[in-house]
Ligand binder design. Sequence first.
Ligand code: DC
Length: 221
Amino acid sequence: MGPLPFIIVAIDGGAASGKSSSSRILAEQFNLLHVDTGSFYRHLTADLVRRGVSHQDLPALIATLGRVKLSTQLNGRSAQMLIDGQPAGDGIRSQDVNSAVSHYAAIPEVRGALLDYQRGQVGVAQQHGFRGLVMEGRDIGSVIFPAATLRFFLHAEPAERAKRRAAEGQQDSIVERDRLDSSRKASPLTCPTGAIDIDSTFLTLDEVVAKMSALIAVSLA
Ligand code: DC
C-alpha cells in the first residue's frame, strides 16, 4: 500500500463562528496540522501597530512588509507564525487588535504578504509527519486552497456568537468585523461555490464536529 493521501480541510466563517474549536478537534481526530490564519492576521496587525505603521500609510506598510521574516514554530498540533523570530503574545486577542485587524486585512499588500506563507504550511505539515492540515480563516476555500479536499463554511446568528465570546471572557466587535471582512474587495468573507455550508446557531460544538468528521471520513475511505 502506498503512502496515505495528504488531505486539506478548509474552514471559513465569520468571527466567533466556531472555526477554531472545531478545527482543533478535527486536527486531533485525524492527525492534521491546525493552522489558524486569523492568528496570523492578528499577529501581523499587532506587530504593525507596535511599529507605528498605520493601515492608511501604504508606502510604510509596503516597506515594512518587505522586511519582515515569517517562520513557523509548532505549538502542539498548531502552527504558530513567528515574525522576525518572535511568537505572537496574548495581546493578539485584545480589543485593540479586534478592532484594528479587519482594516489591515482589507489591504491587498497585507494579504499578499501572507499568501505564500499560508500555502507553505503544507510543507510544514508534511515535514512533521501530519496526515494533512486543517486551515481556518475567511478565504481558505476561496483563495488559499480552492482545491482543498473538503471546504466548510460555518455561520451562526450574531447573538449566539456574541454569547460564545462572552463565555470565553472576551469582548469582540463581531458584527463590525464581519461587515468589514465581507465588504472588502480583496478576498472577502464569502461562502465559496461548492463549499459545505453549516449553520451552527442551534448545534453544539460536538454536533458541528460530527458533521465535519463524517464527511472527512468518507473522503478518506
Ligand atoms: O479568525 P479571527 O477572527 O481570529 O480573524 C481575525 C481577522 O483576521 C478577521 O476579522 C479578518 C482577518 N482574516 C482574514 O482576513 N483572512 C483570513 N483568512 C483570516 C483572518
